[in-house]
Design a binder for this molecule. Structure first.
Ligand code: NAP
Length: 417
C-alpha cells in the first residue's frame, strides 16, 4: 500500500512508528506471530520510506519470514492531514511514536474523529488527561476505542487486577475492597524514547502547573465528576508490609499504574466497588537487611528525581541515551518480570486471592512489544462488546487479554495458594 486509498480501511492494524526501538520489536512480534498473508492484514508505518523498506528487509532476516509483501504507510505525525489519512486507512492504529505529548496528539484526534481504534504505550498521565478531555466526545460519537498504556505500564497491573477481582467474584460473590501489587523482581533496561518521554514530562511540568496536578492526583485519570476516593498519593518512603511480611520501597511506575487501575473501576461503574483501594510497591526482603535495602532504594529514587529536575542533568542523560537506542537483544531475552498481587476483603481478610503475573522477556521492550501487539490484534479481531470512548486495557479488553497474553505473548496470570 502506498497511501493511495485513504478512504478504505485496507488494514486491520497499522503499526505506526515501526522504525523506532519498540516499534521494530513489535513488528518482529507481529511478523513471527501473524505472518504476512494470514488472518491479520497489517502495515508498517513511519515517516521515512527508505527506513521502512530497510526495516522490512531486516525483520525478514531476523525472523526468517519473508516480509517483502508487507504494505508500507509513509506519513508525518505532525501533519493533521497525514494523520487523518492514516486513521482512514485502517481499523486500528498501534503507535509507538513518542514522546506522545510531543508527537502523538494529531493522531489521537484523527482516530477519534474517524472511528478508528487506537492503542499506544504512553505513560504520560498529563497527556492522557488532555486527550480524554479533548476527544472523548468525538470518540464516543464515532465509535473509536482509544486505549492508552498497553505496555508494561499498565497491562500487568490493570489486567492483573481484573484477573484477581474476577476470581474474588467467582469465589466469594463480591470483588475485593483492596488490591496490593508487589514487584518481586524484574530485569531489563531503558530506551532513549522512554527517557525522552520522561524528560519531556518533567520539562512540561516546570512550565505548566496543570501537568504536576494531574500527575499527583490519585484519581487524576478518572472521569471529571468521579475524581475522589479513599486512596491518597503514592508513598515515597520505605514501609513494612504486614500482608507480604516484607519491607517495601516505592515502585517507580506506580504513579501511572494506580491511576489507570482506578480509572478502570470508575469506567466500569465501580465494578470493584466505590471504596476500592489499590497500591503498588517493590518487595525488599525481611529484617534489618530488608529495611536497609528499602531505605536505600527509596532514597536513590528520590535523589534521581531531584537530580533529573535540573536542566543540565536532563541534557546529559538525553545525550547518553538518544532516541532509537535501547537494551541489547541478550538483555531483552534474559530479562523478565515477576509480580505478586493480593486481593482481599478488609472486613474478612480470610477472603483473599493471591496471583502471580510473570513475563518471559524484559518488561519495557521484549514483553511490552508483545503486549502492545496483542492489544492491537484484540481491538481488530475480538468481539469486545465495547463502544467508542477512552478506555483502559482492562476495561476494553480484560478477558480477551487474559486469553491472548498467556497463549501468545509469554505473559502469564496465575492463581497461587
Ligand atoms: N509503557 C511502556 O511500558 C513503554 C515501554 C517502551 C516504550 N514506551 C514508550 O514508547 C515510546 C517509544 O519508545 P522508543 O524507545 O521505541 O522510542 P524511539 O526508538 O525513539 O522511537 C520513536 C519513533 O517515533 C518516530 N517519530 C518521531 N517523530 C515522528 C514524527 N514527527 N512523525 C512520525 N514518526 C515520528 C521515530 O521515527 P524514526 O525512526 O523515523 O526516527 C521512531 O519510529 C516512548 O514514548 C516510550 O516512553 C513505553
Amino acid at each position: 500500500m502506498s497511501n493511495e486509498s485513504p478512504n478504505t480501511r485496507v488494514s486491520d492494524v497499522v503499526l505506526w512508528g515501526a522504525t523506532g526501538f519498540t516499534g521494530r520489536l513489535t513488528a518482529e512480534y507481529l511478523l513471527r506471530t501473524y505472518g504476512v498473508d494470514g488472518e491479520l492484514r497489517w502495515t508498517l508505518g513511519g515517516r521515512s520510506r527508505s527506513k521502512l523498506e530497510r526495516l522490512r528487509e531486516e525483520i525478514s532476516a531476523e525472523t526468517g519470514i519473508d516480509a517483502s509483501a508487507l504494505p508500507l504507510f509513509v506519513g508525518n505525525g505532525d501533519d493533521e492531514a497525514s494523520m487523518r489519512e492514516l486513521a482512514a486507512s485502517t481499523r486500528v492504529v498501534c503507535t509507538t511514536v513518542g514522546p506522545y505529548a510531543r508527537y502523538g496528539s494529531p493522531l489521537v484526534a484523527a482516530c477519534a474523529e474517524a472511528g478508528t481504534d487506537y492503542c499506544d504505550l504512553t505513560g504520560e498521565v498529563h497527556w492522557m488527561r488532555r486527550m480524554i478531555d479533548a476527544h472523548e466526545e468525538a470518540a464516543h460519537e464515532s465509535g473509536a476505542r482509544i486505549v492508552h498504556t498497553c505496555g508494561f505500564d499498565c497491562i500487568p497491573s490493570d489486567v492483573g487486577t481484573w484477573f484477581v477481582q474476577r476470581e474474588m467474584k467467582r469465589r466469594y460473590g463480591a470483588p475485593a475492597g483492596q488490591v496490593h501489587l508487589r514487584v518481586v523482581a524484574f530485569a531489563g533496561g531503558f530506551s532513549g524514547g522512554t527517557l525522552a518521554s520522561m524528560l519531556n514530562m518533567m520539562e512540561e511540568a516546570r512550565t505548566d502547573p496543570e501537568v504536576m496536578r494531574s500527575m499527583a492526583a490519585p484519581y487524576g485519570l478518572n472521569p471529571k465528576d468521579l475524581q475522589t476516593g479513599p486512596d491518597g498519593g503514592e508513598g515515597l518512603l520505605p514501609a513494612w508490609d504486614p500482608d507480604f511480611e516484607q519491607w517495601t520501597a516505592p515502585f517507580v511506575m506506580a504513579g501511572v499504574n494506580t491511576k489507570v487501575v482506578r480509572r478502570t473501576n470508575a469506567l466500569l461503574d465501580f465494578v470493584y466497588g466505590k471504596g476500592f483501594r489499590y497500591d503498588e510497591a517493590v518487595l525488599m526482603g525481611t529484617g534489618a537487611t530488608g529495611m536497609v535495602k528499602a531505605a536505600g532504594t527509596a532514597t536513590a529514587q528520590g535523589g534521581g528525581m531531584a537530580a533529573a529536575a535540573l536542566a543540565p542533568v536532563r541534557r546529559m542523560l538525553a545525550q547518553r541515551l538518544p532516541p532509537g537506542e535501547g537494551p541489547s537483544k541478550e538483555k531483552r531475552e534474559s530479562g523478565y518480570f515477576d509480580l505478586r498481587i493480593l486481593a482481599l476483603d478488609p472486613d474478612d481478610p480470610s477472603r483473599r486471592v493471591h496471583a502471580r503475573v510473570k513475563g518471559d522477556r524484559d518488561p519495557g521492550y521484549g514483553s511490552t512489544s508483545k503486549m502492545l501487539g496483542e492489544s492491537a490484534v484484540s481491538l481488530a479481531k475480538d468481539d469486545l462488546g465495547v463502544a467508542g470512548g477512552f478506555w483502559t486495557p482492562a476495561a476494553a479488553m480484560g478477558d480477551a487479554l487474559l486469553e491472548r497474553l498467556p497463549a501468545k505473548a509469554g505473559v502469564t496470570f496465575e492463581l497461587e495458594e
